[in-house]
Write a protein that binds this ligand. Structure first.
Ligand code: 5GP
Ligand code: ZN
Length: 112
């Protein structure tokens, strides 16, 4: 297994976890870009959003629902951003899909 986030799922690499269930894990980003910045990942290894299949639709919905629930818990009542970077042009650096949740500061649009 040569995937960083699979290693976090397995507990082989430590992470500051916020939440875990049978399908997803959420943990604080190691290089936070906002006062709140955590990642929601599926336990299942899916390399990029391009690789999401029909069978993953419920899982993708669960990631989004988990993101909004945890954002509330983290005090992002004023708003937040949930974003997934896909492949090179999207700026993806870890090839196991993850939803970034950023909050507690004013975020600019469009992103750079
Ligand atoms: P991407 O650029 O692929 O959308 O985002 C990858 C994110 O994973 C980055 O924000 C980066 O800071 C975070 N990251 C990379 N390695 C680790 C790690 O070992 N632990 C944690 N918690 N986050 C990581
Ligand atoms: Zn993986």
């Amino acid at each position: 297994m040569d995937c960083l986030f699979c290693k976090i799922v397995a507990g082989d690499i430590p992470a500051r976890k916020l939440y875990e269930d049978d399908q997803v894990v959420a943990f604080h980003d190691i290089g936070p870009q906002a006062p709140v910045h955590f990642l929601v990942i599926p336990k299942k290894h899916i390399a990029t959003l391009h690789d999401l299949g029909e069978e993953d639709k419920a899982l993708a919905g669960h990631m989004l629902f988990t993101a909004q629930r945890l954002a509330k818990e983290q005090g992002c009542e004023q708003g937040f951003r949930a974003v997934m970077n896909c492949n090179e042009d999207g700026g993806q650096t870890v090839y196991h899909i993850h939803m970034h949740v950023l909050g507690k500061r004013q975020l600019a649009w469009p992103p750079g």
